[in-house]
Every structure is written in C-alpha cells, then in structure tokens.
Design a protein around this ligand. Structure first.
Ligand SMILES: Cc1cc2nc3c(=O)[nH]c(=O)nc-3n(C[C@H](O)[C@H](O)[C@H](O)COP(=O)(O)OP(=O)(O)OC[C@H]3O[C@@H](n4cnc5c(N)ncnc54)[C@H](O)[C@@H]3O)c2cc1C
Length: 396
C-alpha cells in the first residue's frame, strides 16, 4: 500500500522532503500556515553535501540558473566607499557568497514547482492536534479536518508551534541578534555586490542584488531585549525606525521603504533538543536544529530531507527510520550550532565607534590576503554540511 507522509511547513525542508519521498513512491501532503508560498528573505547558500543532494534531485542546473548573480561581499564606510572586498566562491564551498547563492524564496518556489503535481499542498492550514495510534498518526487541522498518515513531519522552522505537541519541553534560545529582511526597489547605484555597512551601536545595514529586479535589504542589530520576534509587524517597524534612525549610509532609504516592503523579522535563535521524534512524528530542518542564519540552515535542511526520505524509503519500520535519520544528521547539526559563538556575533556588530574603526581596519588588512586566509579560515569555519558523508541511498 502507498505510504503517506503529512508534512507541515512549505519553505525549504518541507518541499525538499516531499520531492524525495514522492520519488520513492510515497504520497505526500504539505500544510503551510501562510496563505501562499512565502517569498520574503534574502540569499541562502547551498554548499557541500547539500550540493550533492540537489545534484541527486536533478535540480543543480535549475538552481544555478536561478542564482542572484551576486559577485561577492563588500564592506563599505559611511560614504559608501570600499573598506574591504571578498569575491564570491568558485566552487561548492568557498567565500561569503557561495557559487550556488539563491534567494530563499526562489529555492522554495523551484522545490514547490517540482513537487506540486504529485503533492497535495494546502495553504492557510495548520495542525491543531496529533494522535499517534502506533500504526499511524491522525492529525486534526485547525478547521477540524482529520488526516491520517504513516508519518508526520514538522518542518515549521525555528518558531514551530506544532513542535510543542510532539516535544512539550522544546525551547528556543535567542542569540540577541535581530535581522529584518526586506525587499525594496532597486536604484541605479545598486550593483552586483553585497554591500555591508556597520554602524556603532551594534547595527548593520546591507544591500544585496537579486534576480527579480529588486534589492534585498537587511537591517541587523544586537539587543538584550527578548521576544521582539513575537511582536506584530507595526511594532517591529517602529523598533527598526528608532534603532536605525541615525545609522547612516543607506539606512534612511531602507527605513523609507519599510511600510510597503515585504518584511521578514527574525529574532535569531537556536533550537537544541534531546531528541527529534516521538513515535511516528519527527522534526526536520530549523524546527529540529535551528543554528541561526550563518550559512548552514538551508544546506542542513536539504541534507536532512534527503536522509530522512532515504531512511523512510529503505526501512519499513517508521520509528527505526526516524531514529537512524537522527543518528546520521545530529552530529552535523550540533557542530553547526556549536560553531556559532556569541563573541563572533558581538565582533561582527561592534558597539562603539572605536570598535567599528578597528573592525574596518582588520577587514582592510584581511581582504587582500583573503584567498590565502580563505583556505585556512574555510577549513576552520567550513559549514558542517561540507564535512558530511552523505549515505548512498538507492537511486530515487
Ligand atoms: C519567510 C522566510 C524568510 C527567510 N529568510 C532567510 C534569509 O534571508 N536568510 C537566511 O539565512 N535564512 C532565512 N530564512 C530561514 C531559512 O529558510 C531556514 O534557516 C532554512 O532554509 C531551513 O528552512 P526550514 O524549511 O527548516 O524552515 P523555514 O524556512 O523557517 O520555514 C518554515 C515554514 O513553515 C511555515 N510554518 C510555520 N509554522 C507553521 C505551522 N504551524 N503550520 C504550517 N506551517 C508553518 C512557515 O510559514 C515557513 O514557510 C527564512 C525563513 C522564512 C520562513
């Protein structure tokens, strides 16, 4: 009999899993709380083992063609002058800008387009309750509909609600970094560089090119206040306006666009759990192991989806497959979390004017030798997805 997976969350992990399970003969239903596929956010990169996953999915060329065309990362001073430049990487792993750098929304759209024919997508829906009967799970949706499945996968991101039905003690640890991602009109001065400006007060503004004729802006700040991610949009906008009022460079332009811009506000957090599954329900992607947006979340989500589908596809006992998936992916996820150091967040977001000057001086010295440094730093900081030995699952 065809096995059925109910997946909650249609960003990256959810649709990637639907792709991989459908290829192994599973029936898939994907729920998404938002009324439509979400387009907000900026570039994410697909590195290391995740590149191999998209190769196995047959998506590599499509994703490369949908890239943003960003040529690298340039730190700028208050007048927009160059402080330091780090050109894009030329392979699976190098550089601040990866070779496969794609908008999160584009990657999500490609995965959705590839799966929509054989997946039942339900937008504006979410799980209200779960009952595990041992040989199947019944999910009750908020509207009252009941759906039976062999496995339920929660891929709802860092702030997942359904997670608490599975693991009631799950908690998110905020790291103090807050990032607002906006899509704003492009101007003639916006080039192909990711331009990054640091201002005193632990604030930064950055602008990145996209392949949609718009510019992706990011306002990032460090604050000890917690719970800002749960505020409503108007309150978040007010905080951004007050925080960035005197941040300089292009901040006034970004603030001016705030009211109309698609906005995604993230109080960056990590999720650390003792286990990722209970019975026939399992967590996947940021919902299971959020690391913070430091270049690993998307790659790990793709790798996790591939491994989960691989295990479910080769084992008839669902709990055993879920345990094996966790055993394979957990070390990489944990390493990615451990590599995020609060000190590094502070160093990237200096508080005093003197510290901003020092940061610029250090970047200026590092940039010309970044090729050589890159080898060393890369070895030390390479996203864990790079160091992941992907199991060989039977071809889907
Ligand atoms: C709108 C958006 C913009 C982002 N922008 C960036 C970015 O610019 N840079 C970056 O590094 N990372 C960004 N991220 C995070 C990044 O996508 C993830 O770190 C990574 O790709 C792993 O993805 P995920 O699918 O596990 O979780 P996420 O990408 O967080 O997706 C979770 C999905 O689940 C949905 N959802 C949440 N709760 C429920 C529920 N109860 N029922 C049903 N669906 C639910 C959400 O709407 C979302 O579509 C963004 C995430 C989102 C949702």
């Amino acid at each position: 009999m065809t096995r059925h997976a109910l997946i909650s969350g249609a960003s990256i992990a959810g649709p990637a899993l639907a792709h991989e399970l459908a290829a192994r003969g599973w029936r898939t239903t994907v729920l998404e709380r938002a009324p439509r596929l979400r387009d907000e956010g900026q570039n994410v990169d697909v590195r290391g083992a995740a590149r191999e996953v998209v190769r196995r999915m047959g998506l590599e060329d499509t994703l490369l063609a949908a890239g943003t065309g960003e040529v690298g990362l340039r730190f700028v001073d208050d007048a927009g002058g160059r402080v330091a430049e780090f050109p894009a990487g030329e392979n699976d792993s190098d550089g601040g800008t990866a070779e496969m750098e794609i908008l999160r929304g584009e990657l999500s759209r490609v995965l959705y387009e590839r799966t929509r024919e054989h997946t039942d997508y339900r937008f504006g829906e979410q799980i209200a309750d779960l009952a595990d009967h041992g040989d199947h799970v019944t999910a009750t949706l908020q509207g009252g509909e009941r759906i039976d499945a062999d496995v339920v996968v929660v891929a709802e991101g860092t702030h997942s609600r359904t997670r608490s039905l599975v693991l009631p003690d799950a908690d998110t640890t905020e790291l103090g970094l807050h990032i607002a991602y906006l899509t704003i009109p492009r101007t003639a001065d916006d080039d192909r560089w990711w331009r990054w400006h640091t201002a005193a007060g632990s604030r930064s503004t950055s602008l990145r090119p996209d392949n949609r004729g718009t510019t992706r802006a990011m306002l990032a700040f460090v604050s000890d206040v917690r719970g800002l991610g749960e505020l409503d949009r108007d309150d978040q906008i007010l905080i951004l306006r007050r925080t960035f009022a005197d941040a300089g460079w292009e901040a006034p332009r970004v603030l001016a666009a705030l009211d109309d811009a698609p906005l995604y506000f993230d109080a960056v957090g990590q999720v650390r759990l003792d286990r990722w599954s209970a019975g026939r329900t399992v967590l996947l992607g940021d919902a299971a192991w959020a690391t913070g947006p430091f270049g690993t979340g998307t790659s790990l989500a793709l790798v996790g989806a591939h491994v989960l589908a691989g295990e479910l596809g080769t084992r008839s006992d669902v709990p055993t497959a879920l345990a094996r998936y966790e055993e394979i992916v957990r070390p990489s996820a944990q390493r990615a979390q451990d590599e995020v150091k609060p000190l590094a967040i502070r160093a990237m977001n200096p508080r005093s004017t003197a510290a901003v000057k020092l940061q610029r001086a250090v970047l200026g010295v590092a940039a010309p030798v970044s090729d050589k440094l890159g080898g060393l730093v890369g070895r030390l900081t390479r996203p864990p997805a790079d160091r992941f030995a992907l199991p060989d699952y039977p071809a889907a």
